[in-house]
Design a protein around this ligand. Structure first.
Ligand code: 2AM
Length: 188
């Protein structure tokens, strides 16, 4: 199974992301734009993984949540940009590199990858670059110009996702998830 661990977003956040995606697509000649249900932030890409490893991955996610004792937090997505491969571009939105919440996200990833290493489960160990992909294989003639954005997204759940092509369509399915703890409410 092709697997990755991700943060998913609610409908309100996804519709804001879709607005930006559509602004990019309106300025592009062509591209493969993310379907709204596929918008996510990858924490760890595992790739092809034996199905027998899934229970261990679920335990690692649960242990990470329990031992890190992480409350839900928010990340401000303010920075749009692209990765270039030959003459195609992958457009994304991300947080500013200086956003302290990115450090929390990186610690979450460190805990997850530490657990995967201990269990001998393979994953993509390239440097973490937290982003939400809005479109791939994008070609354009004039520079793509986007207005400033600030999408404050709750990071409240980490999900194990299965990726597959069904009838030529890329489908991501959540097969397991753990919720981060809600902030304690102080009762006077
Ligand atoms: P991308 O959006 O930048 O391509 C599912 O493929 C998710 O895992 C995507 O968010 C993808 O990031 C991410 N990913 C990370 N490393 C990957 C890899 N080596 N191959 C495919 N997807 C990868």
């Amino acid at each position: 199974m092709r697997l990755f661990i991700a943060v998913n977003f609610d409908e309100a956040i996804k519709s804001r992301l879709v607005q930006i995606r559509d602004r990019i697509s309106a300025q592009a000649l062509r591209g493969n734009f993310s379907r709204p249900e596929n918008l996510h932030l990858t924490l760890v890409f595992l790739g092809e993984t034996p199905a027998g490893k899934v229970p261990a991955i679920c335990s690692i996610m649960t242990d990470t949540q329990r031992t890190l004792f992480l409350h839900e937090f928010t990340l401000d997505f303010t920075h749009t940009g692209c990765f270039r491969h030959s003459n195609r571009e992958l457009w994304w939105i991300a947080a500013e590199k200086t956003d302290p919440a990115l450090g929390v996200l990186a610690e979450l990833r460190r805990r997850l990858t530490g657990g995967l290493l201990a269990e001998g489960i393979a994953f993509d160990n390239r440097p973490f670059n937290a982003h939400i992909t809005l479109g791939r294989e994008i070609k354009h003639t004039s520079p793509i110009v986007l207005p400033g954005e600030k999408i404050t997204a709750p990071i409240n759940r980490i999900c194990l996702m299965k990726s597959e092509h069904i009838g030529g369509v890329l489908v991501y399915t959540e097969i397991f998830a753990v919720d981060l703890k809600r902030e304690a409410i102080n009762v006077p």
